[in-house]
Design a protein around this ligand. Structure first.
Ligand SMILES: [Zn+2]
Length: 151
């Protein structure tokens, strides 16, 4: 699950029980437990066992490990930058041909030649597609994420 959906847990250094998290997020307790287990497995949270004075039994109080969470998010961002860069390199690596229909696929020059420059899906002629918009969008996202990353 996306970590950003857990601001209740990660915005505070206060410890919380699964029941407290369930009531403040509105999520079902079994979902909360599943996610806590997952986060614990990733070493993003720590738990302390304490006695619930009202109920008389032991419960776990959870807290985000701030440094680990920051590292985790940092690594996720690095992975995204890598993937975007690969896509941009791919787009830059060759010319592509497209019929102009949104749902149809782009063709490499070799593929387009094989098909006599006819779209295999809709049958329209394909033209050289510049992809400048996509490349610009990829580059700007990469720049933005790189700017966010600490070095
Ligand atoms: Zn087409």
């Amino acid at each position: 699950m996306n970590i950003s959906r857990w601001p209740v847990l990660f915005s505070t250094q206060r410890t919380q029980t699964d029941e407290e998290i369930a009531s403040s997020t509105g999520l079902r307790i079994n979902i909360v437990r599943k996610v806590l287990y997952d986060l614990f497995g990733k070493a993003l949270i720590t738990g302390i066992r304490v006695k619930d004075e009202k109920k008389g039994w032991f419960v776990y109080r959870w807290r985000a490990r701030k440094d680990e969470v920051d590292n985790f998010i940092e690594n996720q961002k690095k992975k995204i930058v890598e993937r975007l860069q690969q896509r941009l390199d791919y787009e830059n690596s060759a010319d592509f041909y497209h019929c102009g229909t949104a749902d149809c696929q782009k063709l490499t020059f070799e593929k387009a030649l094989d098909l006599s420059f006819k779209c295999p899906t809709c049958g329209k002629l394909v033209n050289l597609s510049k992809n400048e918009k996509l490349k610009k969008a990829l580059q700007s996202k990469i720049d933005q994420l790189r700017g966010d990353l600490k070095h």
